[in-house]
Design a protein around this ligand. Structure first.
Ligand code: ZN
Ligand code: ZN
Length: 175
């Protein structure tokens, strides 16, 4: 979704207050693709803020499906985005003036809504996603999801205390 900025940048300056849809279907983070399962209309407000400068505020929320760190089950993860930006359109292609952020979401006289949102999603991307705090993960031997049932493998690697004891035992035998 592109928003035409020419009226805000021209004389007399008109502000933009729009609610737009987004076509965001997935986000790419660290080379992996994550599906976007829910989007909401995006409320965008753009105002003239001095010579070639714009003040942008944006509000929306969306849900991204991120696999659980331990068991890989899909976890719908909500992102509530509400932010403001000051951008210098004159610098969109080049250097930074220190006060505006680099505007990879400004393309000529257009504001790329998806790119703007994407930047914020990256900023808020969780370090770790778990389906539940006490997720048991998957068995490293047979791949069984241990939240759904146990398996017969004698793998103790999930319990660090057990592996310490096992290592001690192994060393003892080798001596
Ligand atoms: Zn899990
Ligand atoms: Zn197993």
């Amino acid at each position: 979704m592109l928003i035409d900025l020419s009226e805000v940048l021209s004389e007399p300056h008109k502000s933009i207050d729009e609610v737009v849809g987004t076509e965001m279907k997935e986000v790419k983070v660290n080379g992996s693709r994550f599906p976007v399962s829910r989007t909401q209309p995006v409320h965008i407000h753009v105002e003239y803020a001095g010579e070639k400068k714009l003040h942008i505020s944006c509000e929306t929320s969306l849900t991204v499906i991120i696999p659980c760190d331990r068991c890989l089950t899909d976890v719908p993860t909500d992102f509530t985005l509400s932010f403001e930006k000051q951008v210098n359109t004159a610098l969109a292609d080049g250097e930074d003036d220190g006060e505006s952020d680099e505007a990879n979401y400004i393309d000529g006289y257009h504001l790329d809504v998806e790119q703007l949102l994407y930047n914020e999603i990256l900023v808020g991307w969780p370090m770790k996603v778990l389906c539940s705090e006490d997720c048991k993960g998957i068995c490293s031997v047979c791949g069984q999801n241990l939240n759904e049932g146990s398996c017969d493998c004698e793998d103790t690697s999930l319990d660090p205390r057990m592996s310490v004891i096992r290592d001690l035992y192994k060393n003892f035998k080798e001596v």
